[in-house]
Design a protein around this ligand. Structure first.
Ligand code: SF4
Length: 66
């Protein structure tokens, strides 16, 4: 299975416990995950400067990672 969250030991990095397999509703390929993250970064870049600064300060140690 090709899921961005799947560890080599068969456990899931996103959800707790073992991978739920083909029927998991949270499955995403690495490419799909990267597309999702890019959408998040686009959204963050679209925010006013003061909001970007507040988010960077609160969650990213003052660094804008987008
Ligand atoms: S398919 Fe679901 S349970 Fe398995 S690694 Fe991906 S997100 Fe986790």
């Amino acid at each position: 299975m090709d899921c961005f969250a799947l560890c080599e030991n068969g456990y899931c990095n996103a959800l707790s416990g073992k991978c739920r397999g083909e029927n998991c509703g949270f499955h995403k390929t690495h490419e799909e995950q990267e597309q999702s993250l890019e959408k998040v970064r686009e959204r963050l870049r679209s925010l006013p400067e003061y909001q970007q600064e507040a988010i960077a300060d609160k969650y990213y140690g003052g660094v804008r990672k987008w």
